[in-house]
Each structure stands twice: as C-alpha cells, then as structure tokens.
Design a protein around this ligand. Structure first.
Ligand code: F6R
Length: 242
C-alpha cells in the first residue's frame, strides 16, 4: 500500500479530490465506488467546487455506493442515499440513473444483494473505490470476521459501529441494526482503491490495516492483498506510523 501523509484534513481532501478527478479526466465514463461518513465530506466539497468552476463533469460517470442502512424509510434524512444527494448528487451533473446504492427497503434482501452485485458487473466493475476506515477495521460495513470472499450481503451492524454512527441520530436506539454492504471480494475487485483516514482516533485502526497480518478479524487488512491501494492519512491519523 502506498501511504501518503497529508498535512491536515484539508490537504487530504484536496488530494482525494484530485485522484477522483484524474480518473474522470482519463476515462470520462469512470465507475466510482463511493463511501459515506465524515471522512469523505471534504473530498465531496472539493469535487463540487471543481464542478461549479466548470473544471469537472460527471455527465458520463456512474457511481456505486458501498452500503445502505436497512429499514429506514426512503425519505429519512439519514439514509446513505440522502447523504449522497446532499453532498454530491444534487450538486453536480451526475445523471440520477447512473447513481446506485443498495436498496435498504427491498422486501427480498437476498435478491437485492444479487441485483446490486450483477449491476456492478454489468457496469464493468469499479474503477476507483473510495473507502473510509472504521475503528474496528471495517471497510464498507464489513465487520470483523467477514470472510474475504464475501460478495454484497446483509450485515448485522457491530455494537461499536452503531455507537460510532449514533452521533448522527437523535436517539442511539434509532441507529439501524442492519445494512447491505458490498463484500470484501467486491471491494477488492476495484481497479484502484483510495483509503481516507483522518483524526487521532483512527491512528490505531490505520496501524492495524498496515501492520497486522491479513486476517478477517480486522477486515481492512484484506487491502494488503490488492496491488493498487493508496492511503491518504492526515498527520493525526498517521501519528505513530513507523
Ligand atoms: C461508509 C462506510 C464506512 C465508513 C467508516 C468510517 O459508507 O462504509 O465504512 O467509511 O465507518 O466512517 P467515518 O468516515 O464517519 O469515520
């Protein structure tokens, strides 16, 4: 993994934006794998700014998000679809039909996982996958002990993950207990992976991803097996790297 230490969050966001823009400049119909959460917010802001300056068009781009909660009403402001609308989709020229997230409202969840996986294959697979990193090493919502061979599937969210995400909800009991996520094998099929890691609270998880032996006990260590991973870490997250 190529680890680049960024001066601060701003610098990390600028570099992440540049990598996405470089893919689109090279291949205008790029397929982007996208993440939600706090870490990529700055990157989305910068992508929107570039678009508004007329420097970047998403007209031919397709997007596939990593994951979506199960059971939130479609109009709930905390679905990952709502997050993506707020941070990117409604602010750039992406075609709505080219934006994809798992459907957390599907009545047949197994069929929904298969549909999502097939749609990804039909689109030719992900070119650039953007990832955040969970404190417990999760990528997407692949919690510890998820097999590295997993495709898109339904997960029970880890207690720690629900606690971490409770900050967005009025009541911690409102955090959904289940989600649909791309599997680890799905993530590893991307041509390039960009992992964004920000803040002192992620330093231990970053060390785990880089230095622990590759083990399902710490899902991000699966990325050690991928030939083209760049990690953008700000100085706080990178504190203590040897
Ligand atoms: C989000 C996702 C998660 C987050 C991770 C880090 O779509 O799949 O793996 O990337 O939980 O979240 P933040 O960035 O909020 O610390």
């Amino acid at each position: 993994m190529d680890v680049q230490i960024c001066k601060n969050y701003e610098d990390l966001s600028t570099k992440a934006c540049a990598r996405v823009a470089a893919w689109i400049a090279e291949k205008e119909n790029s397929v982007l794998g996208l993440a939600t959460g706090s870490t990529p917010e700055g990157m989305y802001e910068k992508l929107v700014e570039q678009h508004q300056k007329g420097e970047l068009s998403f007209r031919q781009v397709s997007t596939f998000n990593l994951d979506e909660y199960i059971g939130l009403p479609a109009d709930h402001p905390l679905t990952y679809r709502a997050y993506m609308n707020d941070h990117l989709f409604s602010k750039v020229d992406l075609l709505a039909a080219n934006t994809h997230l798992p459907d957390g409202q599907a009545t047949d969840l197994m069929a929904e996982c298969a549909r999502y996986e097939a749609l990804l294959q039909e689109a030719g697979g992900v070119d650039l996958q953007v990832l955040g990193l969970g404190h417990n090493g999760h990528i997407g919502f692949n919690e510890p002990e998820t097999p590295f061979s997993s495709a898109t599937h339904v997960v029970d969210l880890d207690v720690k993950t629900r606690e971490a995400n409770a900050r967005f909800f009025d009541n911690k009991n409102d955090v959904p207990k289940k989600a649909i996520t791309m599997g680890i094998e799905t993530i590893l099929a991307a041509r390039e992976i960009l992992v964004l890691v920000s803040g002192a609270d992620k330093a231990e998880a970053l060390r785990g991803m880089l230095y622990r032996e590759s083990t399902p006990a710490f899902p991000a260590t699966a990325l050690q097996q991928h030939p083209n991973v760049t990690v953008l870490a700000d100085e706080q997250a990178a504190n203590g790297l040897s």
